[in-house]
Design a binder for this molecule. Structure first.
Ligand SMILES: NC(=O)c1ccc[n+]([C@@H]2O[C@H](COP(=O)([O-])OP(=O)(O)OC[C@H]3O[C@@H](n4cnc5c(N)ncnc54)[C@H](O)[C@@H]3O)[C@@H](O)[C@H]2O)c1
Length: 339
């Protein structure tokens, strides 16, 4: 397959990144787009091309579509991905892959059964800073790992939740871990490896929503290293930080920046001097990629995966693990009374 013909389902806010990214990929072409809201799909095809549909199932019957990208509210991802795989399409699903571990596992099984590529959109993995951190850890340059911390201290106003009502719901949004903390959690799990145990507490403190807006999670990785996740949308009056920190016997790294695309701290034994690393990759010096740069890399990988017959992209397995972690802490905070 020379040219991969793509269809997109969901033409809202984040679809623009996909449209822009696809337009820069030589061996991909956007041939179709679907959205329940006709105005949204019209606007999208006017900008990026493709045949418009208001029923995504009709688009799935279009033989000119090889693969679909699902960019609808989160609670719709799993069913739409199942439908697309059933229709014989390769599937790239925006984050989160699914809302439940059962749904994630079913998608993996279905992709294997129909032999179509399944990938999910984890753009933060594709920044150079994430790749170099992952490589250094996997090559053992951090030595034995002690622990890792994902911190998402963000502000989301009530207006943010009100303007797209799906964001207020358990069924469609899922809460701060499944939505806002997803990328930082993915990096932590990708860097530190499979999780053996998770526990935590969640609460809804400052927003009129169905879900939690603050979550604290502790993890034990299979290696024995520990992990901590602090995720909230309650920080006054604006975003404070999004960081992933890794602590090992021979290395300390802190990744930060608005997209976790920069290095704040890099102290790794025998490695380049920290000042040299920060000279290239600090928040001040790291290249300012355009907003759809990482989505472009994700879609390029997706195209390569489907051309080379890779069925389940590696991030799908991490996504399934992240959902298990979230399921084990949301609504089941284990506690001992201190009163
Ligand atoms: N990877 C990232 O960095 C990133 C960033 C933001 C959002 N997201 C994810 O992208 C997804 C979409 O977010 P958004 O901000 O674009 O939402 P949005 O509300 O702006 O857009 C969603 C679109 O889906 C359409 N839609 C709803 N139900 C549909 C249906 N049954 N059939 C066809 N279209 C339907 C809506 O009409 C709307 O146009 C979410 O899951 C979110 O978590 C990912």
């Amino acid at each position: 397959m020379e040219l991969v013909r793509l269809g997109i389902i969901g033409c809202g806010a984040i679809s623009k990144k996909h449209g822009e990214a696809i337009s820069r990929i030589e061996d991909a072409k956007l041939v179709a787009a679907a959205d329940l809201v006709e105005e949204n799909v019209r606007r999208f095809v006017d900008n990026y091309g493709g045949k418009p549909y208001t029923d995504y199932r009709e688009m799935l019957e279009d033989p000119d579509v090889d693969a679909v990208i699902i960019v609808t509210p989160s609670g719709l991802h799993a069913n739409m991905a199942q439908d697309a795989l059933d229709a014989g399409k390769h599937v790239l699903v925006e984050k989160p892959l699914a809302m439940s571990a059962d749904d994630a596992d079913s998608l993996i099984k279905k992709a294997q059964e129909v032999k179509r590529t399944l990938q999910t959109v984890h753009p933060n993995r594709y920044y150079e800073t994430s790749e170099m951190t992952h490589k250094a850890i996997k090559e053992g340059r951090f030595g034995k790992l002690s622990h890792g911390v994902a911190t998402v201290r963000w502000n989301r106003t009530q207006e943010y939740y009100d303007e797209a009502p799906w964001r207020k719901t358990r069924e469609m949004d899922g809460g701060v871990l499944l939505n806002q903390a997803w990328h930082a959690l993915d990096l932590l799990l990708w860097f530190m490896g499979p999780v053996a145990r998770a526990q935590g507490m969640t609460s809804k403190r400052l927003h009129d929503v169905e879900t939690e807006d603050i979550a604290l999670v502790t993890l034990e990785f299979e290696s024995g290293a520990l992990g901590l996740v602090e995720a909230t949308t309650n920080v006054y009056p604006r975003n404070l930080e999004q960081t992933v920190s890794i602590f090992g016997e021979k290395g300390t790294a802190v990744l930060g920046g608005s997209r976790i695309d920069a290095i704040r701290v890099w102290r790794v034994k025998g490695d380049k001097d920290e000042s040299e690393v920060l000279g290239v990759w600090s928040e001040d010096t790291a290249p300012k990629h355009n907003p759809s740069w990482a989505h472009e890399r994700v879609i390029r990988y997706f195209i390569n995966h489907l051309k080379s017959g890779i069925i389940v992209a590696p991030e799908v397995h991490t996504a399934a693990m992240a959902i298990k972690v979230i399921e084990s802490v949301v609504g089941s905070s284990s506690e001992t009374s201190c009163q």
